[in-house]
Design a protein around this ligand. Structure first.
Ligand SMILES: [Zn+2]
Length: 434
């Protein structure tokens, strides 16, 4: 087996050199063989003769999910379909799905990337890994499957569902690694208890989670229930699948495989590149695939690059946990506001419940004002006007420092706001003058 860690400890200059070389190579390939990108590049007069590599990354066009959809099914291919050996697709709940084809070499590189992240999360060749992601068009199951095999672990390709049998095999096979969504791991722990078995009695020692966000409380609960170390990893079909970034055992952000993926953070409004440390939209360019290559993919995920080095000693920079989606973003008086930021602040106050509403006052298409209505908990509610006023001031102060904005705030009596599921319904639009 190859040394999976050899590129985890390079200097910034060494990483940059690899990125530069790979980007030039990718650009050459895309320019000559991509029927989708060639006209765009020609139009903007970006050619292999004048493209200088990484220092000119910002010149390259962005790619959006819409662009990929319009290429359904095979217009993104930059090799002959003879060379494609696997096809995956993202779920097409709205509109056409995004299709990604892989050459044999793409699959090899992808497996290596996933193997590196698994190794970073503590998996070894001696482990027995049960994969409870659905196998199919979705990249999660197959991505982890080949990555773990590449690392040398014994893979149990269980796929999703059938909890009773999953638990039985976990015991019989002495499974040490669980790969699933965090919610499924919690569900399985509950099912084990219902069968009269303490989840901590299984052989599991690590859990690798992805496919959905994992909050701190969720992680703590999983670790406590199963008595394991739980790490999360990140990736998306539009870029390659899982394998883009993942946590080491320090669990302080996700190391980006920078020699395989170029990560940028841009202002979601202007598309301008933001410096390390600033929060914005994650843009990814996979440097390791040629079948269906993608340049500067706008992920819609809000995060930041963490410039500090990790305690584990790896020099690969980390990205922070995803705090929201660009689709949720509100621009209030020129300031970008995410409902997740508001939620974070409200979370700090035990006097208020998780139920809140955002009233957005629009004038033409601009948001003139934002009002946050938040419900008090029965314990947080008080008859004393002075107490309520003081609470309101404290919350308002925290909102101001966190959002760089002073929204209106209204404390509501317990159980007065409508119960909704899904973030979007928390936002209520009000047009015109007040
Ligand atoms: Zn680390």
């Amino acid at each position: 087996m190859q040394n999976l860690e050899k590129n985890d400890y390079l200097s910034a200059d060494e990483i940059k050199e690899i990125q530069d070389e790979k980007l030039k190579d990718l650009f050459y390939h895309v320019y000559h063989y991509s029927p989708y990108y060639r006209p765009i590049l020609d139009e903007q007069d970006i050619t292999p003769e004048n493209f200088n590599g990484i220092s000119q990354l910002e010149k390259l066009p962005f790619t959006t999910k819409e662009n990929l959809r319009e290429c359904y099914p095979y217009q993104m291919a930059a090799v002959s379909m003879d060379e494609i050996v696997r096809i995956h697709a993202s779920s097409g709940t709205t509109g056409k799905p995004v299709v990604m084809g892989y050459t044999e070499n793409d699959l090899e590189e992808w497996s290596l990337a996933v193997a590196r992240l698994c190794s970073m999360a503590g998996v070894t060749a001696g482990d027995i890994a049960q994969i409870s992601f659905g196998y199919g068009l979705f990249t999660g199951g197959f991505g982890l499957h080949y990555g773990l095999e590449k690392l040398g672990a014994a893979v149990v390709p269980f796929s999703s569902g059938n909890t009773e049998r999953q638990l039985q095999l976990m015991e019989d096979f002495q499974t040490t690694i669980l790969v699933s969504t965090p919610s499924f791991a919690l569900y399985m722990a509950e099912a084990a208890r219902e069968n009269g078995i303490d989840p901590a009695n299984y052989y599991l020692r690590l859990g690798l989670f992805g496919g959905e966000p994992c909050s701190d409380t969720m992680r703590e609960e999983i670790e406590k229930q199963w008595q394991i170390k739980a790490t999360v990893n990140y990736g998306l079909t539009e870029v390659i699948g899982p394998g883009v970034s993942g946590e080491c055992l320090e669990k302080q952000g996700l190391h980006l495989l920078e020699d395989c993926f170029l990560a940028e953070i841009v202002d979601p409004q202007t598309g301008e590149t933001l410096p390390d440390g600033e929060t914005g939209e994650l843009v990814l360019t996979p440097l390791i695939k040629k079948g269906f290559p993608v340049l500067r993919y706008r992920t819609g995920d809000i995060t930041r690059i963490m410039p500090e080095t990790c305690n584990c000693g790896r020099t690969l920079r980390r990205m922070d946990y995803i705090t929201g989606r660009t689709d949720d973003m509100l621009i209030v008086k020129g300031v970008n506001v995410f409902p997740s930021q508001i939620e974070e602040v409200l979370d700090e106050f035990k006097e208020v419940s998780p139920h809140y509403q955002l009233i957005v006052h629009r004038q033409k298409s601009f948001i003139k004002d934002l009002e946050i209505q938040v419900e008090l908990t029965p314990e947080g509610f008080s008859d004393s006007f002075r107490e309520m006023e003081s609470l309101e001031n404290r919350i308002r102060q925290r909102l101001r420092s966190s959002l760089s904005l002073s929204p209106k705030l209204k404390l509501m009596n317990p159980k007065t706001l409508e119960r909704t599921t899904g973030k979007s319904r928390r936002i209520i639009e009000q047009e015109g003058d007040e």
